[in-house]
Design a protein around this ligand. Structure first.
Ligand code: ATP
Ligand code: MN
Length: 530
């Protein structure tokens, strides 16, 4: 039997790759499984998912990401700590060494698409040295049909070589690790990290440039789902706030869990797969996602596995807190197969407020929605050092600053226009702490968060009464089916009311300090929200 009979396909010469040994062209999952096992890249778990380790990096290497500074894109890019400029000549030098590194190597190529909308989809090629990264690309992007494969011409290419390292002194990188986007050459190169999330988030990065800039389509770091009547909801939120968790709902069909576009027809997924956080995943609270951890095709990253029984332990965080499952969206039972939905009726902004002062759910005016979109607030619980209990507030514009290439006001303008045109209801949902901050209170139950979201989406909250809380000026519902009424106003569940007031005032102050940078870009009514 020949293991490598999928050697069709051409075009690697166009990238300068001329001397590869074996090239696997868009191999299917089974072939990739065989290669993962033959190359000792991972272990099969007892029900068929494959377990891998990402190595030193178990999350994104945010400080090692650069954008090549070329004349065409230069004026449009929001240069700064997120979008660091990289010299074009140094890119070419580094890339040439990378090409030399690929000589004689087996390579895996996935030709696929990003963007479910036929009008906006981007043909993408992902070239990797590891079979499991190829499976990741196959899971996460949109598959081409056999006919589409025959004519597939990549518009952007990702080359991911975790074992190839930069030389910081020569290349001008910070470390041996790099993720570099080159718009002029339509190329992304990744080296020195095996964290697969870089592959999907670098394509997200370029879509955040191309779609709003070239096509006036809003790109968003959000999940999306559709109700039985086809009513669409989108859920913005930073990492860990519940985009993936809350969008997987038995009664609502999943459109996507992380990245979407919104054009004149409605929303569309950029991806064809999901990437769920699975640390301490509960079968009861997240049954759909739990099932995917046991399916053929799912990649389990940095999950502890008993090497004898091949059973996994989702509670074990010895490799990282950021354990992940990558699976094709078709592993979730209730989905929208086209990846496309109409215009949203509801926009939900998720935050994980570890201070415990934001209400579990609140209705926002369009101005408040703009304010919170530009603020992009969440909080991280304190590290594990003894005695440190104060949470860290994070503000990340558009709920995704690390991936936004244009100025935040560009995305905010597009969102504002769409919210007004389609008469969208906007909600702020706190999936974080209640009854006190981290250490005092406890994290909101997933069942409550789901009940709150469902009541917003099915219209029952809108039909009821609201009260305005004094700190953020948010409208809090007085009742919600399935949720005890006293938790709806966060002040009620703090034993120490004075402590609540002080913590809330302090958070308002942090919002104001952060928002000062956006004042000149927004209407007075938005700047004056807080
Ligand atoms: P990323 O952008 O990194 O993919 P995300 O927004 O998709 O992040 P999730 O994967 O949904 O985040 O992670 C939310 C995590 O918080 C999950 O581990 C979930 O089990 C946990 N969690 C605990 N309580 C809640 C809650 N009330 N609502 C949502 N998630 C909760
Ligand atoms: Mn997610």
């Amino acid at each position: 039997m020949k293991f490598n009979d999928i050697t069709r396909g051409t075009g690697l010469e166009e990238h300068g790759i001329t001397n590869a040994n074996l090239i696997y062209w868009t191999p299917p999952t089974s072939v990739l499984y065989e290669q993962i096992v033959r190359r000792n890249e991972g272990l099969l778990t007892h029900l068929g998912a494959v377990a891998v380790k990402t190595g030193h990096y178990t999350g994104r290497a945010a400080n090692e990401k650069f954008i090549v500074d070329d004349p065409a894109s230069h004026p449009h890019i929001n240069w700064g700590k997120v979008n660091r400029p990289f010299d074009p000549a140094r890119f070419d030098t580094l890339y040439n060494r990378m090409l030399a590194y690929m000589h004689g190597k087996d390579l895996f190529v996935q030709d696929c698409f990003a963007g479910a909308s036929p009008e906006h989809r981007l043909p993408v090629r992902v070239i990797t040295e590891r079979a499991w990264h190829s499976l990741f690309a196959r899971n996460m992007f949109i598959r081409a049909t056999p006919e589409e494969l025959l004519n597939h011409k990549p518009d952007f290419t990702v080359i991911d070589m975790p074992n190839f390292h930069a030389l910081p002194d020569v290349d001008g990188t910070n470390t041996e690790t790099f993720i570099i986007v080159n718009f002029a050459r339509r190329l992304i190169i990744i080296g020195g990290t095996g964290y697969a999330g870089e592959i999907k988030k670098s394509i997200f990065t370029i879509l955040n440039y191309l779609l709003p800039h070239d096509e006036r389509v809003l790109s968003m770091h959000c999940s999306a789902n559709a109700g039985e009547k086809g009513d669409v909801a989108i859920f913005f939120g930073l990492s860990g706030t519940g985009k993936t968790t809350l969008s997987a709902d038995p009664k609502r069909a999943l459109i996507g869990d992380d990245e979407h576009g919104w054009d004149d027809r409605g929303v569309f997924n950029f991806e064809g797969g999901c990437y769920a956080k699975i640390i301490k995943l509960s079968r009861e609270s997240e049954p759909e996602i739990f099932e995917t951890t046991r399916r053929f095709g799912t990649i389990l990253e940095n999950v502890a596995i008993d090497t004898v029984s091949r059973r996994i332990d989702l509670d074990d965080d010895s490799f990282t807190e950021n354990t992940r499952a990558s699976y094709p969206i078709s592993h979730i039972p209730n989905i929208v197969p086209s990846g496309m939905g109409g215009h949203p009726d509801n926009v939900i902004m998720l935050t994980c407020d570890a201070f415990g002062v934001l209400p579990p759910i609140a209705r926002m005016t369009p101005e408040q929605a703009m304010y919170h979109f530009l603020s992009g607030y969440t909080a991280k619980v304190a590290g594990t050092e003894a005695g440190v209990t104060e949470p860290q507030a994070t503000f990340s514009a558009c709920f995704g600053a690390p991936f936004m290439v244009l100025h935040p006001s560009v995305y905010a303008e597009l969102l504002k226009e769409k919210i007004a045109r389609h008469d969208v209801s906007c909600w702020l949902v706190n999936t974080g702490w209640s009854g006190g901050g981290h250490g005092l209170g406890s994290r909101m139950k997933i069942a409550y968060a789901r009940a709150l979201v469902n009541a917003a989406l099915d219209g029952s909250l809108l039909a009821g009464e609201f009260e305005k809380e004094p700190f953020f000026g948010l409208l809090i519902p007085k009742e919600c089916p399935g949720v005890p009424a006293e938790v709806l106003n966060p002040r009620n569940v703090w034993a120490d009311k004075a402590a609540y007031d002080a913590t809330a005032r302090n958070l308002v102050e942090r919002f104001r300090n952060n928002f000062a940078q956006y004042g000149e870009f927004v209407a007075e009514e938005v700047a004056g929200v807080l």
